[in-house]
Ligand binder design. Structure first.
Ligand code: GAR
Length: 200
């Protein structure tokens, strides 16, 4: 008997190249996660097109009209629950969640960050790496916790920093790695969740 696939939502704010790699991986029927919803807080986010092309439901929930982080997160939470989502992948979602939301979805939110965490947290990551003169960088998929870019690491991949690298060349090299790393992490986590819910 085939195991039911883990109903997964992806949260984005922009280009959505990681979303695209997750959609492609999950197109295979034996992939343990199924992407059932894509939420963007930005109406013009390019990634929404990848979801629409794949026939995946989308929701645009702009954060600005909400009076607080909690109120915005409550709307996201309602959309996730309406779609019966069990797992969330944040893929370039550039909003910090309320502690309430993170607790509610504890161990159910993955995030990808373009550095070897715990090094180089926050924004302008590749600028930070180049300014520090680091010889290598990489990407990390981790579970979300209330502290920014912290939380248990699922997988990491290393990428060399080359002489003459610019933000553009380094970010492109890291991004290429992200596109294999995130599907790999989602596969691992979804497999574990599916086994747990089947009582195996
Ligand atoms: C990715 O490089 C991702 O690691 C980064 O935003 C980019 C989104 O690209 N996320 C963060 O910096 C979160 N702290 P994408 O929209 O093409 O997937």
């Amino acid at each position: 008997m085939t195991r039911p696939r883990v109903r997964t939502a992806v949260l984005i704010s922009g280009r959505g190249s990681n979303l695209k790699s997750l959609i492609e991986a999950s197109a295979s029927p034996d992939f343990p996660a199924e992407i059932v919803l894509v939420i963007s807080n930005v109406e013009s986010a390019g990634g929404l097109a990848f979801a629409r092309e794949a026939g995946i439901a989308t929701r645009v929930i702009p954060h600005k009209p909400f009076p607080s982080r909690e109120a915005f997160d409550a709307e996201i939470d309602a959309a996730l629950r309406a779609a019966d989502v069990a797992l969330i992948c944040e893929a370039g979602f550039m909003r910090i969640h309320s502690a309430w939301f993170v607790k509610r979805w504890e161990n159910r939110i993955l995030n990808i960050h373009p550095s070897l965490l715990p090094l180089f947290k926050g924004t302008k990551v590749h600028e930070q790496v180049l300014a520090a003169g680091a010889k290598e960088s990489g990407a990390t998929v981790h579970f979300l916790v209330p502290e920014l870019d912290s939380g248990p690491i699922v997988v990491q991949a290393r990428v060399p920093v080359l002489d003459g690298d610019t933000v553009e060349t380094l970010s492109a090299r890291v991004l290429e790695t992200e596109h294999t790393l995130y599907p790999e992490a989602l596969r691992m986590v979804a497999q574990t969740l599916a086994k747990r819910s089947a009582g195996a």
